[in-house]
Design a protein around this ligand. Structure first.
Ligand code: PRP
Length: 179
């Protein structure tokens, strides 16, 4: 059995999520916002973040594929599930768990900007800047992290470990991680 090593504790995540929510709430100053969570990884971060925001907010999801079950990015991004509602004229905040190569967020921003939102911003819990293959702006960032395989708080290892309350590190080749 290999227990993930804690990289960011539950308390540190919760504190940072509250700080981000306060900053975002202040910036939007009561304007309604559409939060776009990118499945699956963002579901826990989006759930916590959205509960701390103070402006009117609607929640949408998109599902895209980039990694499959493997541990390296193929670079290909495909929309598996699109938004259910129009974002035309809406303030849109894309919420991601992780920005790794940046390809997913870059692609999503290109796509969503063609739909005439009033504004389009990004929020990510963690970012691996050294892995970026494209420049992508994260307006609200939780933590910069090194190039390690992270799990928990929405992030998976072969679909496992998403429900951990902290962000941990595992060896991506360890098939017993989390058992
Ligand atoms: C993760 C994450 C981002 C993407 C970031 O999703 O949720 O969407 O990878 O990687 P990138 O910056 O290299 O494009 P993943 O494809 O692992 O799917 P999941 O969220 O369903 O686990």
């Amino acid at each position: 059995m290999t227990t993930p090593r804690i990289l960011i504790s539950e308390a540190d995540i919760q504190r940072r999520v509250r700080e981000l929510a306060a900053e975002i709430s202040n910036d939007y100053a009561g304007e309604p916002v559409t939060l776009v969570g990118v499945l699956k990884g963002a579901f826990i971060f989006l759930a916590d973040l959205s509960r701390h925001l103070t402006m009117p907010r609607s929640i949408e999801f998109m599902a895209v594929s980039s990694y499959g079950m493997g541990t390296t990015s193929s670079g290909a991004v495909r929309v598996l599930m699109d938004l259910r509602r129009s974002i035309e004229g809406r303030h849109v905040l894309v919420v991601e768990d992780i920005v790794d190569t940046g390809l997913t967020l870059h692609y999503l921003l290109e796509l969503l900007s063609t739909r005439d939102p009033a504004s389009l911003k990004t929020c990510a819990l963690v970012r691996k800047k050294e892995r970026h293959e494209v420049d992508v702006k994260v307006d609200y960032l939780g933590f910069d992290i090194p190039n390690v395989w992270v799990v928990g708080y929405g992030l998976d290892h072969a679909e496992d470990l998403r429900a951990l309350p902290y962000i941990g590190v595992v060896d991506p080749d360890d098939e017993t991680a989390g058992e």
